[in-house]
Structure formats: structure tokens, C-alpha cells
Ligand binder design. Sequence first.
Ligand code: GLN
Length: 544
Amino acid sequence: MSKKETKYIFVVGGVMSSVGKGIAASSIGKILQSRGYRIANLKADMYVNIDAGTIRPAEHGEVFVGEDGIEADQDLGNYERFTNQVSTRENYITTGQVYAEVIRRERNLEYGGEDVEVYPDIPKEIIRRIKACQEKNKSEIVVIEYGGTVGEYQLLPFLEAARMMKSKNPNDVFIVLISYLPTPVLLGEQKSKPTQHAITDLHSVGLNPDFVICRSDLPATSDIKQTISNVCSLPIERIISAPDVYSIYDVPVNFEKENFGTTLLKTLSLPPRSKDLADWTALASKIKKIKKEVRIGIVGKYFNFKSCKDTYISVIESVNHAAWAMNLKPKIIWLDSEKYEKNPKLLSELDKLDGIIVPGGFGKRGTEGIILATDYARRKKIPYLGLCFGMQLLTIAYARHVLGFRDANSTEMDPHTKYPVIATMADQVDKIKNKNYGASMRLGAYDCVLTKDTVAFGAYKASKISERHRHRYEVNIKYIAELEKAGLVFSGRSPNGVLMEIAELPKKKHPFYLGTQFHPEFKSRPLKPHPLFSAFIKACERKK
Ligand code: GLN
């Protein structure tokens, strides 16, 4: 297929946010991919931040790290989990990136003496980036998800980019509106008016949806579908019902039940190809039947009024994938570490769990509580998996309670500790001093070499692996001999041997006590659980 015929599907939200636009965009990618098309999923966020790396996860969700080290919106994680395609910086656009590039070019006299305008230069740069994503992925179809909802001021240049592309190639550019149908309790009836307004908002910027996906608690009624199809002059089969589902993995299956894949290809004027969603459909239906629970505590520090689901989404999904493969249903218990600082007696609640995970984190607040929980898990032989920060705190807990280094710490929490068992990486010292915080950590995929006859090696069954990273601190090489003598095993190291990637206790000492400097959670897939999560869940099941 020549590049000219590439299809672009813009996924935009209406009515309100948080109705599952990311899952819908991932599912569109998934069903097209399952029909044999080469696709790319791209996320465009409206904020001025260059990337998601400096944004607080408790409010805005997890920072997802790509192979190339891009720190992106959590939706890139959904794309990877649904389509099993690796994301890089080409899959992620922000307003900040767009302006930074336009301004850079202006300073380089690349606009040949012209004045540079928000219109058309900003949408043009957005289009250039969308096309760069297509080229990088050699995709036949690009699914572009816009953050925010129509009617928002900051979305305008992005909608304009879609309009400019559509006016040039009307047969190659499509708009999917993800809307919401509320059912007010007192009325007990589904309402389409907010969706009608969202469609009007799209009309006001020169766009009509080609599909409307109706999120709601129950399926969209045929009356509602008819009303919406009238408002945007679409055949009724292009109004897709998307009711709440048991798990996010049901969404592509549900889309296919609505015949979305076939109608979509027909609308895109693409020939039907065979469909293969069998494994996925089997998984989505299997997980509904699983009864036996495995209770996993997540001891963390980023909890807020919403839920923790967005903050730790890749960790939760990794637990799901591994547990489902073993016919277990995960029950996740959120444990705010600060309560253990106030009352260490509460640690006994960990006894009731089958295992605990300490996910990534930054800064001092709450860490003493995590260290207490980490040490408790070691003493009580509760399966423990530490992810990045979790591995560093495991090392600190071990130094304090086994080696007797009373105030051992990380220089991140206590720059003057007598025992800096976790220390600032050499290349980070100046960056921190100069407040150079953006995209400056050790980021993305690095190789790691595993030691034979260890828990890690047993899980991966390989001696060389590659995992994604996001950290500024590392195990201090000065203390390695002492830690090892005291029984801690560094079973994974950087190929040059100087950076500790995995710390663990041998099987004969603990059923599962392991921490990774990297983030395995970014590479788990629903049909291919991550080996470390599988090994951890297996240990949890055994504890049961
Ligand atoms: N704060 C720690 C570091 O920067 C751990 C980071 C993380 O958990 N991602 O090294």
C-alpha cells in the first residue's frame, strides 16, 4: 500500500473525560491489527509539558516508559498491552513538544522571514508529527487519540490538524467520537443530549464524526442510536454501543459484537481481511469465570481520593496477567505506607496477604513506612516484589536490619546518611545540582545479565534480558561485598557488572524476596505475562 493511501483515525472525546477513550483507541488498534493491518497508536496530550515525566502520578496517572526512554501518558501502556507493539517517542505528542519545535525552527531562521502563526504553523507541526509516527511504524492505519474533550480551548489546534488533513484527503481521514450517555438515577432513562452537544462542538470546527462510540452503563438503546445517527447524518451501524464491561479486555470483543471492525474497514474503503481475535476472546471470557482469589497488597505512597488504578496501572495489569494465567483472580489491597510510620503495629495486617508489591516512587515521604513493610515481609516470609524504588528500599531494609547499618538510606531521602547504600548515579549529580529534571533520568531499555541458579534466572530462563528503566539512584558499589556477605544476592547486573539490576534472597531463605532496579511491569502482556510477575504470583499461590 503506498503511503498516500494511509488511513488516519482520530479518536476524540465528547461530554466528559475518563470514559475510556484510551481503551477505545487501543481496541480500535487491536481489531484492525487482528484483521491483518499494520497499525500505529498515537497519543496527543494537550498539556504544555514536553512529556509526562514531571507530572504527579497520583493525579494524572502512571508515567509509562517506552523502549527508547520516552516518559509518556499511561495510554501508551494500554496501546502496548492491547497491540503488543512497542511505543517510542513518535507515538506521543504534547502541545509543549509542538511549540518547542516550532520555536526552535523559528530561531534557526527556518521560516524564511515569515511570521510564525498559531494557525497554520502549529497544526502543520502536529500533522508532521502524526506522519512521522506513520513512517516510523510503517503503518497502514494510524489511530490518533486526542486527550481532553471537544469544546476545550487547547484542543483547537489539534482538531484543526485533523480538519486540514481531512480536507486534503477526505477518503483517508476519519473521526471517531467517544461520547457518554448518562442515565440520571431519577429518570432511569438514557440521555443523548450531551452527546448531541458534543457533535455540535465538532461541527463548529468543521468536523463531523464518522463513528460515535457511546459509553454508558448499559447498552445504547436503538432509539438513542437513531437520534445520534440523525444528528450527524450517519448510518445507524456507525453508532457503536460500548456499555460497561467486566474487564477492559472485553472492549475489542464487544466492538466486534457490534460489527465495528467490518463497518470500520468498509468506511475506510479497505478490503476485509481474515480476523483473528480468538485467543483474546478466550482470555476475556476466561477471566470472568475465575473464582479463586490471590490477595496482593500494594504498599505505596501515591494514593488519593480517586482510585489508585491509574497511578499503578501497569503494575495492576501485570498482576492480572500473571494471575489469570494461573487461574487466579487478583484482589488488590491498597496500603498507604504512612500509616505504618504512625503505628507499626498495623504491619500485622500484611500477614493476611498472599504477597506484597512495592512499586516505583520518589522522595522521602512515606518511605520509612515502606522500609518497615519491606523488612516485615522478609522476616515473616511474605512473598515480596520490589519495583525500582521497591528494590532500593529492600536493599536499605537489608542493610539496616541484617547488616546493622542503623541509619542506612538512599541519598535521595537522606543526603547525609552514614551508610548511603543507595546513592546518586554519577551522571545524575550535576543534573540534580542544576535542576535539570526533564527526561534526565536513566531511561528506557538496557540489558541486564543474570546469574545462573538464582530466582531471577529461574523465572526468565535466560542469561541476558532487556528491561525498561527510570531512576536516578542505584545500589552503591561500595556496599555490595558487605551486602552479599550478609546473604543478599545481586542476581542481575548491567553487562559491565557495575550496576545492580536485581536483588534477591535465595529460595532456601525466603519463598520470594526480589527487587528489580528496572520496571518489568511495562512489558507484561495479557497473553504473555511477565516472567517475574508469574514467579511472584506462583510464590503467592504457594503461600495460600
Ligand atoms: N526514586 C528512585 C530513583 O530515582 C526510584 C525511581 C522509581 O521508582 N522509578 O532512583
